[in-house]
Design a protein around this ligand. Sequence first.
Ligand SMILES: [Zn+2]
Length: 886
Amino acid sequence: MKSVNLTRETAARRAELLDVNSYTVHLILPPNGERFLSRTVIDVACHEPGATTFLDLRGAEILQATLNGCTLDVAAYNNHRSDGGETGHDGLELPNLEESNEIVVEAWCTYSTTGEGLHRAVDAADGTVYLYSQAEPADAKRIFACFDQPDLKAPIALTVSAPERWELIGNSNIVETTPTTPAEAIYVGSVENPVTHTFETTKPLPPYLFAICAGPYSKWSDSYSWTGDDGTEITIPLNLYCRETLAEYFDPERIFELTKGGFDYYHNTFGVPYGFNGSYDQVFVPDFNFGAMENVGCVVYREDYVFRSQATAGKYERRADTVLHEMAHMWFGNLVTMKWWDDLWLNESFASWASVMAQLGSTNYQEAWTTFTSTQKNWAYRQDDLPSTHPIAAKMDDLQEMEANFDGITYAKGCSVLKQLVAYAGLEQFLKGLHDYLVEHSYSNATFDDLLKAVSAYTDKDFAAWAEKWLTTTGRNDIGVDVEVGDDGTYHSVSVYQTGAKPGAGELRPHRLGVGLYRFQDDELVRTDYAEVELDGERAEIPELVGKPAADLVLPNDKDLTYCQLQLDDRSTETVLHHIEKMPDSLARTLAWGVLEERTMHAKLPASQLVETLIRALPAESALPVAEHLMARGVQLLRRFVDPAWAEAEGWDRYAHMLLAIAREPQHGRDQQLIAMNALCACALPQEIVELLECGLDEGLSAIGVEGLELDTDLRWTMMAALAAHGAVTQEDIDAALEEDSTSMGVRRAHTASAALPSAENKERVWELLLSSGEDAPSNWTLVALLDGFTWAGQDELLQPYVARYGAEMPGLWTRRTGEIATTFTQRAFPMWGAVDEVDSVMEQMLAENPDLPAGAQRYVKEGLFDSRRAAKARELDSELARLDD
Ligand SMILES: [Zn+2]
């Protein structure tokens, strides 16, 4: 599998051998059928004439291929199908290259239904077809023959033949449109009036940033201008697109405003103009696997960012974060690209960091770091606890390894550590170095060392030592504060300590961090003192805090400057557990919530105590993204971490009533009410609330005391799924709801509701569907929708048979379906509901019997096992507490 699972070594050899001068790509896109025609001409120089290498092309049937006019033998390629039924695992051999070469490949390529390569989606509401591409990390080769690695950049000249009524959106602008020749028109279908669009040749791009979207997308236009200090003027046309059936819900003004603010911010901050020709297009597409993708000049977003129903402020904030993240990549990642995927972390961490900076600098989202701490950083912390954790700067030996590393370490730990790096270098110095780096490596590739070198020119800090300790190690240091209180009630000494990072080799690291002292004043818990300190060895004294009266809460890492496992002393833990809602500072409060969550996960705090705190304090939580995160966390705690007897006897009941009470209080605001309703519907519900939801769905929300919240399409579906899971609606009711909302989104929501119906026969039906291949195989989004319903809270008994079946049937999916689909199933269907002993033995046996399971699959199973054991420990602690109470 040298092409599909390209190794770093093979890629390095190919980069040494070749200079790709240009790609000329012609795509013929029929709206119907399973495949499209792709013709590529490549102009490539070879530094060692006579050498042999290979070209990447996946899942295709090659019609003809020539190298310097000589026909290549394509029979071996066409006949070699791997287990997944796909061609192209070894690529197409290119023997005996000359100094300059012309390669021509014409092939039938396959439309994807999994979001990899050129995806084809059919709108359920009106039957129209929409195409979009996703080429990262290495799926450009599903669209055209190429050298699919980041450090072989080349300009791309693209022409596309497609139905006349379609919008075509690519990396650059269309410069000419002509009728398609009759010979080619046949492939598109002559009723479609095919036309051929010629796109302007792009700047040099790596194949993974190639993009094409096609279909009857609705379009909005605007433009952006900027004048640099030296008088440089640039104007960038801006376009937005989404499916026709979603157009009425789209809010282009808001996104244009955000886009212009972002461009202003990055231009002024980086001091380097946007580097690509053509318009900056943003396309919202169906069935997208990720939040978004930063293709040059053609950013693709998941369609959930078009809000067809009422959306919370948190969702708008997340969308803004994504828009600004992708835009940052236009400089960092697209203008200057990593050499190999080893620097994936830097690419993603930089964009995440820049996005928060841009939100603070150009939007109303002034609590962007609080949101980051609550969502992203907690994600990193969870991932970093797992035995599978890895250094931020991981050596990615091949593509399989890299694909498994699109995780919390790469995105969120990397970003937290980059934030430390900027604090260490100084923002001004960092930005000066960044400017030089962007100028020096424009349209080319670079590494992290190149960035450090550029920043080093402006400071005398030792980055090599710093990078070694932060980037090549794993795990977290515990950080806490030791105090000595004298007879007079004041501190005689205050020091901050760290322990060796774990899991891992136990390194100490350099930290810059804050320590806050909090005391009760007028029933608020306020910060009365604060000091910052450099901690390099095991311990550092904080003389500024000596002599202060003993505080009710001592908060290490206050203001969240560093990345660590925060330890609270006993008094502080008690204070937080009983008074967290009295902390007015949202970032400090979020840190305190994080400590409680972690202590629960690590079986140091009984989970039911945190649920009690949530029941008391959540109604007062005013930071919406934090509240949303915590509401979902409560559901998870009740499902997996608390004593099951307590959850059943009172936990679920009281938690659900708390959420209902929030939803019934209009003074909380619509956003708070909506997230509470959503969380409520994910609970295992007491019968009276099930009846209440039934009544609400029939008679409207006012009938159940929820005023000020609209019962819109998506909230209806959310309630419908909850009712389905509790057996209060039938498949017929779901079908009737689908008649009312026969959109693609409706179909997806119906899948979830129907998969949640609580009968053994239904679970069996869904399981079969999840694992099917061939024509019935679920697409990527259908799979997720089905799994959401299949694994519903409170159905653990029904799901018992699927512990053993997961072990027996999951491995086969890795050979029958694509990596994206198999990954989704392996992670989301992992039987968290199973008894820990059974899960243990089933998984151990499965791993032993399937030594060839891809590294990613093995890793996800081991992570699942770790989580399952951890939850069991937490339940045990909580049950012990219950026995003590009895
Ligand atoms: Zn990114």
